[in-house]
Write a protein that binds this ligand. Structure first.
Ligand SMILES: NC(=O)c1ccc[n+]([C@@H]2O[C@H](COP(=O)([O-])OP(=O)(O)OC[C@H]3O[C@@H](n4cnc5c(N)ncnc54)[C@H](O)[C@@H]3O)[C@@H](O)[C@H]2O)c1
Length: 309
């Protein structure tokens, strides 16, 4: 297949691109490098720097493309609370520009990376796709709006669309940011640096951590799976882990003597989140393979930023 990945220089996009070229597909990655890094890409991936809102560029790149993976987005929940207009412009407006270009060039399929964040606070766990979403940030709203736009417009313009609601993905190469960093690289950095591992809030909040290779497997399966048009599918591990348990696991695996510190700063997230993955199993043949412990061991082995000395 000839494939375009938007956000292809990002954490998930580059892992997906590298896996697809290894399978022999022709892969292009489009990324404006607002946060991504093309250095992680296999040399067989054709990298193009540019925005998803640049329609002339898209018209050229989309010629003969069989499937678009749409990952380009602004992804920081806390930042989205400060800049909701920007999140709407990039995540929703950018997707509409992409869909218009796909219609113009007649590209038949879009696979969109939505987020488990659209569920927000839910009493019933694990969360299933039919639940009424309860987004709690502009980021989550932008992901939910994009699902609706993609599926509605796709059916009007004869584009097959599928949205994968990814939960907390992690793995080698995940960005470590100065603030609002994803929790696993942040804890690894703190544990290996010898400082305190800082938990926001009580640490009893739970998340569904899913290893990058399992996410990539689900994304690849979505390109060829049958009966997925306009489906929205959870992609998590199906297991919830408290932040306290995660911190202790990281201290154990890094042999760190760091202490755990609870900060009163709000976590800003929900108290519990666990994916029901029955639909992914049924439609994508999905079966997560990497446990949280194994996934963290792999980061410690493969990611030079966190290699054990
Ligand atoms: N990582 C997770 O845990 C997770 C969970 C749920 C959903 N997702 C979704 O998966 C996708 C990829 O996430 P990620 O973790 O790899 O994030 P990431 O920030 O590493 O990747 C996003 C990429 O999009 C690029 N980008 C941003 N705006 C762009 C634009 N206007 N034009 C072109 N490129 C642009 C960035 O430079 C970056 O490389 C995102 O859509 C995100 O919402 C990720």
């Amino acid at each position: 297949m000839r494939i375009l990945i938007t956000g292809g220089a990002g954490f998930l996009g580059s892992a997906l691109a590298n896996a697809l070229v290894k399978q022999g597909h022709e892969v292009m990655a489009l990324d404006d490098l607002s946060s991504g890094n093309p250095d992680y890409l296999d040399s067989r991936v054709l990298f193009h720097r540019g925005s998803i809102a640049n329609r002339p560029k898209l018209w050229t790149l989309l010629q003969g493309v069989d499937c678009v993976y749409h990952l380009a987005a602004r992804v920081l929940v806390a930042e989205s609370i400060l800049y909701p207009r920007e999140y709407n412009e990039v995540n929703v407006g950018g997707t509409l520009a992409l869909l218009e270009s796909m219609r113009d060039v007649q590209v038949p399929k879009l696979i969109f990376t939505s987020s488990g964040a659209i569920y927000g606070e839910q009493v019933q766990q694990p969360v299933i796709e039919e639940m009424i979403p309860n987004p709690r940030s502009p980021y989550a709203v932008s992901k939910l709006s994009t699902e609706y736009y993609a599926h509605t417009i796709g059916s009007l313009w004869n584009i097959t669309t599928v949205s994968l609601r990814i939960f907390n993905a992690y793995g080698p190469g995940q960005p470590l940011l100065p603030s609002h960093s994803p929790v696993i690289p942040r804890f690894l950095h703190q544990a290996l640096g010898g400082g305190s591992v800082v938990i926001f809030g009580s640490g009893t909040q739970t998340r569904d951590f899913v290893y990058v290779d399992d996410v990539v497997t689900a994304l690849i399966a979505a390109a060829t799976a049958k009966h997925i048009n306009r489906q929205t599918i959870n992609v998590g591990s199906g297991i919830d882990t408290s932040i306290n348990a995660l911190a202790n696991l990281i201290l154990k695996l890094t042999n760190s003597s760091s202490s755990i510190l609870h900060s009163t700063t709000e976590d800003n997230g929900v108290s519990k989140l666990q994916a029901d993955i029955a639909l992914a199993k049924q439609l994508l043949g999905y079966q997560p393979k990497v446990s949280l412990e194994e996934g963290i061991r792999r980061i410690l082995k493969e990611d030079p930023r966190f290699r054990l000395s």
